[in-house]
Design a protein around this ligand. Structure first.
Ligand SMILES: *[C@@H]1O[C@H](CO)[C@@H](O)[C@H](O)[C@H]1NC(C)=O
Ligand SMILES: *[C@@H]1O[C@H](CO)[C@@H](O)[C@H](O)[C@H]1NC(C)=O
Ligand SMILES: *[C@@H]1O[C@H](CO)[C@@H](O)[C@H](O)[C@H]1NC(C)=O
Length: 507
């Protein structure tokens, strides 16, 4: 099979390479018009360069490339390159959390199972362009920018911000295309709801712009499934004024009985499922081995917060409140909180699952009791596990399910569950714990919904779970823009009907 292999040219020096993989090397040489900076499997320090994030999925790409040219007009590529079985993986930055297939990336461009060995990985960390139009307050952001840099740059360009997640080391390239939920999403939408236009390199090496008016189908696919359609190099986004003051709250329960935990969960679920609750309220309920906490940010004043009397809503939990007057302080607090709880960003072995509820499918009190009984009694195989119940709704629910390829517009609560092992591979007991939990909390209702950014390679119905009713249209667009399936992973949209629901199991 001939694959048109697209490669981005780069500007530094050649990384010395060993004698292996001659075909790939000659292909790189013939393809790259600029001088390049890249590395091949077998090179000295290759493992270090690959820098895996989820050690449980030990992917070895055939090569890594690091384009350094910030402007797409300088990116040179040549399409017609013969090769046998290579797909392209794009790693948009070093420390990305939400894609467990492709190294430390939240873009999913890996061939074969769990990102089978042999893909080409392109790391866009050098694409850092930034500008702000201070008449429209629209920003242009390079796809390799980390969220921490996006926060800083928007802030210093007129006190602006946009919705995104709280992990500073996640990169915008994947995050802004797969969803990008964060504390301000209830007010302003997901990260990609802010995206007005993208620059994208297609499988045939054309560089195009896609927006609500240009390449509309592609733009639709990119908002939720971009990794199967091309390499995004630049975003144009709308921004909001940074929130002035905010209250950071936490209510925690140390070592409660399953009954106490279930009671606290029920009061939280009642709290967040009140349709009248302000969109300025963000909230997450976290369950750990020995504790449970309700925490979040209220984007308003202390007086407004006090009026809601949250302490009364969460009896038995120990409350604490911090008031922030500056946006950067709030963002730093989120990151610190995360590191304290989970040591975010450190490479480790882990497995994760997700599922969700709409206002119509919330857990009954009996199901909540069953969940905490299960957690209290089952062998989890580790102490390193946690559950995050994230309150969504608000603006993210205002948008039609078919308006973007991201389909989970009716979700009120997301569950993201993790099990970790710092020393070795994840055991079947650990996997079974999360699988059993998902069955209980959804009353065994298939298909499970899954957040496309929380990749679960063991899930048998990937496309439906990630994209709901949108896979048929995703397939049509895939057929047009990437008929040879250059950009792929085991669960990405396929250009053929037969491939659509095909799913391969196994890590
Ligand atoms: C917009 O940017 C220009 C040039 O940097 C600056 O002179 C002007 O004051 C800015 N306007 C606003 C509203 O920030
Ligand atoms: C989305 O669904 C609505 C209502 O079902 C339909 O009218 C509309 O044409 C659909 N839009 C797209 C882009 O498929
Ligand atoms: C590349 O693919 C796009 C999308 O299918 C198409 O519009 C464009 O004409 C193609 N470019 C070339 C040079 O074939």
């Amino acid at each position: 099979m001939i694959l048109r292999l697209l490669l981005l040219a780069v500007g530094a020096t050649w990384v010395p390479f060993s004698g292996s993989n001659a075909a790939l090397k000659s292909c790189f040489k013939n393809t790259l018009i600029d001088r390049g900076s890249f590395a091949f499997a077998g090179d000295l320090f290759y493992n270090h360069i690959v820098n895996r994030y989820n050690l449980n999925i030990p992917v070895t790409p055939a090569a890594m490339a690091f384009p350094t040219v910030p402007q797409s007009t300088d990116i040179q590529s040549r399409p017609e390159v013969e090769d046998t079985a290579m797909a392209i993986t794009v790693r948009l930055q070093r420390y990305l959390l939400t894609d467990y297939f492709s190294l430390k990336t939240n873009m999913r461009y890996v061939t074969g199972l769990g990102g089978t060995d042999g893909a080409v990985a392109i790391d866009l960390k050098h694409l850092q362009q930034f500008s702000m139009d201070n008449t429209t307050w629209q920003a242009t952001i390079g796809a390799g920018s980390l969220l921490s840099d996006v926060t800083q740059r928007l802030y210093h360009a007129g006190g602006r911000t946009m919705s995104h997640g709280i992990c500073p080391q996640v990169s915008s390239g994947g995050h802004f295309t797969i969803g990008g939920l964060g504390p301000t999403s209830r007010q302003f939408g997901t990260a990609f709801d802010h995206v007005l236009e993208v620059e994208v390199v297609l499988a045939n090496s054309s560089i195009v712009r896609a927006s609500g008016t240009a390449n509309k189908d592609l733009f639709w696919a990119i908002k939720g499934a971009a990794s199967g359609y091309g390499i995004i190099t630049e975003f144009k986004v709308r921004t909001e004024p940074e929130p002035g003051t905010a209250v950071q709250y936490a209510y925690s329960l140390e070592i409660g009985s399953p009954k106490d935990q279930a009671a606290l969960f029920k009061s939280w679920q009642a709290f967040v499922s009140d349709p009248k609750l302000t969109r300025k309220m963000a909230s997450t309920l976290t369950v750990l081995e020995h504790s449970m906490a309700i925490s979040g940010t209220f984007f308003g004043t202390r007086e407004e917060y006090d009026k809601m009397n949250l302490g009364k809503r969460f009896p038995g939990a120990h409350g604490s409140v911090l008031v922030f007057d500056d946006w950067l302080g709030i963002v730093v607090h989120w990151a610190q909180d995360l590191v304290l709880k989970f040591g975010a960003g450190i490479p480790t072995n882990f497995y994760a699952k997700s599922t969700s509820w709409t206002p119509q499918t919330l857990m009954t009190p009996e199901t909540i009791d069953r969940m905490f009984d299960y957690i209290g009694t089952i062998n989890k195989g580790t102490l390193g596990w946690f559950l995050l119940f994230d309150f969504q709704g608000g603006y993210t629910n205002d948008i039609r399910i078919n308006a973007t390829s991201y389909a989970h517009r009716d979700v009120l609560i997301w569950l993201q569950s993790y099990t970790l092992d710092f020393f070795g591979h994840i055991s079947q007991t650990q996997i079974d714990f999360l699988g059993g939990l998902n069955k209980i909390v959804t009353n065994d209702a298939l298909p499970y919904t899954a957040y496309p950014g929380y990749v679960d390679p063991l899930m048998s119905n990937g496309p439906e779970a990630y994209w709901g009713t949108n896979p048929p249209r995703l397939q049509q667009i895939k057929e047009q823009v990437d008929p040879n399936n250059v950009f792929r992973n085991p669960q990405s949209p396929s250009p053929t009907k037969e491939g659509e629901y095909r799913c391969q199991k196994g890590l």
